[in-house]
Design a protein around this ligand. Sequence first.
Ligand code: FE
Length: 238
Amino acid sequence: MAHKRFSQIDRREFLAFAGAAGAVFTAAANPPGALFAAAEALTATLPPLPYTQSALVPVISENTLSFHYGKHHQAYLNNTVKMIAGTDLEKAPLEEIVRKTAVRPEQSGLYNNAAQVYNHTFYWNCMKPGGGGEPHGRIAEKIRESFGGYRKFVEAFSNAAATQFGSGWAWLVSDRGKLAVVKTSNAETPLTTSAKPLLTIDVWEHAYYLDYQNRRADYIKAFVEKLINWDFAEKNLA
Ligand code: FE
């Protein structure tokens, strides 16, 4: 299974990270944790979207957002809440559920659902109406340092998103002070690695098919040029 392979590669790093952070590693996991009321037990209530369901039109239709958030994201959360009931993770915050189940192959079903809850919550915040284009400030500087310029970043990010075979995600991450682009399949998330997610694009077909059908490249281009919330990405650098 793809998620095991990814998790195993980074298991040593993950353990080192978890060990170093000790008992407070859940509370220290931010800012994505902050999106999900960090350190609080999960309920079946999704965090609200940071904008209205029609705010991303024409890049993403209200219909897509309504299904994606209201049906897909909600279903991942419902499944997660059902699966943690009566287990040692029943009262655990989301990030702890994702990190712990990533190294428990017998809980891959829970891992997949919980990681998708996390990934989607993160993804909504990576977009804003009137976003996209070239960033300024610290994040722009880091992009220049790490990729050799904004254009090179766009090429790497768009290429990762376009070539992720089947369902998955492309990410901009910060790892040991350097930015990098990675792609993950299905529910895989950099949260279980040493890399810190800054930005993501969902390339599951449910993210774009109603609006773009098979034209994934057009969705990626519109996301980059018109939606990226660079303020959010920069905040995640901290
Ligand atoms: Fe999705």
